[in-house]
Design a protein around this ligand. Structure first.
Ligand code: ATP
Ligand code: MG
Length: 408
């Protein structure tokens, strides 16, 4: 293994020296530099492009949080590990929002710092491997098959599942497309409960099968009365880790031969699973909320998506829009530096229809939210209509029926 190149940033010289000593015992590491303040850290990181920056928080000029945030834009392939005496969740949250990959509390042992660096380094290397993996064809090389839409946000609860479920039902209801909702929010996915389905079989069960064949996928798919099919998330969070990025790749590759639209509902994190679905997607629908943290997180998400070269496939959706909040659309667009493609307004009755397990496009078809969702589906149907007639001929029956060999 190539050694992991580390930059140590701390205003206390003794701390820097003791970390250098710890890492010096292990040939896995090479300390490429030291900085005693934020501005030196930025300069050295840009120059040396280390794999890892060990970053203190309290520093004389730019603090470690701000420095980490700047580094995440300027040297995106460098991972920051914050080391601090502060152990409250407020500092940890700020560090994570600034793009840090891990947080260790001072004083730490040599083992702790070594294992944290190894952990972060390997995880990030794996992420890059997936992103560059040739096993997912690039858009131009894709067979002409179903469209994958990956619905994502970097803040939870902004409406990913609401959008995925209702868009799916609308695509089926008004345009008779074959739609699969794939719940990749593996730990706490709730597509099944949004649709009042009991997930007897889930993606975690499917992941136990090796190799995964078409009939195995068919066996694990649930059918909803709307005609939409669902591959449900794990019923318990501890089963989520049975599903690997390779499983997701395999399933998507097979399933897009049988559906017109595959809507992937992700967790609110850049992890291996969501990165796999973002990479495989034809379109990424980034959902933003109206509050300042949601807007801030959306901005960070956009920066990361741009750095992954996903710019042409991003659509931006603002959910729970409420005029009374006092921020207007123009201000949000200018703060995000991107035009909003769709605006879903806040809908007071949503929770009550959600609790009944009825999609709002069915329960509240005249609501502003449903009308905007219809527009989304119509726009998608127009792009699908540009496919060849032979392609459209395949549009018979639900995907499940199609796999089963039954027509509509
Ligand atoms: N436009 C809206 N108006 C009112 N309530 C909404 C709206 N959109 C979503 N909600 C409500 O917000 C809550 C969270 O929505 P949802 O579960 O779709 O978010 P999510 O992004 O999937 O969350 P998570 O990250 O936890 O998976 C739900 O109770 C939903 O009913
Ligand atoms: Mg969700």
């Amino acid at each position: 293994m190539q050694s992991i190149r580390v930059l140590i940033v701390d205003d206390v010289r003794n701390t820097r020296e003791s970390i250098r000593r710890i890492l010096g015992f292990d040939s896995d590491f090479e300390v490429v530099g030291e900085a005693g303040c934020g501005s030196d850290a930025l300069r050295l990181a840009e120059l040396l492009k280390p794999d890892i920056v060990l970053m203190d928080i309290s520093m004389p000029d730019i603090d470690g949080i701000k420095t980490s945030e700047l580094l995440s834009f300027r040297v995106p392939n460098t991972s920051v590990i914050i080391m601090s005496v502060e152990k409250d969740s407020d500092h940890m949250t700020k560090a994570m929002l600034a793009g840090a990959k891990a947080y260790i509390v001072k004083p730490f042992t040599g083992n702790e710092v070594v294992s944290t660096i190894l952990n972060v380094y390997h995880k990030e290397a794996r992420k890059r491997e997936i992103i560059n993996s040739p096993s997912i064809p690039q858009t131009s090389e894709k067979e002409s098959t179903g469209k994958i839409i990956s619905i994502f946000s970097t803040k939870g609860g902004v409406g990913k599942t609401t959008t995925a479920v209702n868009l799916g039902v609308e695509l089926r209801k008004s345009h008779t497309f074959r739609v699969l909702l794939m719940d990749l929010s593996l730990q706490f996915g709730d597509i099944a409960s949004f649709l009042n389905l009991v997930p007897k079989r889930t993606i975690s069960d499917l992941a136990q099968v090796n190799p995964i064949k078409e009939e195995d996928i068919r066996f694990h798919i649930l059918s909803h009365s709307s005609g939409v099919d669902v591959l449900a998330a794990s019923t318990r969070p501890e089963y989520a880790e049975m599903v690997t990025p390779e499983h997701v790749q395999q399933i998507l590759k097979e399933i897009k031969l049988h559906y017109d639209f595959i809507l992937c509902d992700n967790s609110a994190r850049f992890d291996d699973i969501s990165l796999t679905s973002l990479e495989a997607a034809d379109e990424i629908w980034l959902i933003a909320g109206m509050d300042i943290p949601a807007i801030k997180n959306t901005k960070i998400a956009l920066e990361i998506l741009y750095s992954l070269d996903y710019t042409p496939k991003i659509k931006l959706i603002l959910n729970q829009y409420n005029r009374r909040i006092g921020i207007n659309l123009k201000e949000i667009e200018s703060s995000l530096g991107k035009k909003i493609d769709y605006v879903l307004p806040e809908e007071e009755q949503l929770t009550s229809v959600l609790n009944k397990g009825i999609p709002f496009v069915k329960a509240l078809p005249r609501s502003a939210m449903a009308l905007e969702t219809k527009k989304m589906a119509k726009d998608l149907s127009e792009t699908a209509a540009q496919k060849s007639p032979a392609e459209n001929e395949k549009n018979k029956g639900t995907g499940l029926q199609k796999i089963l060999g039954l027509g509509r």
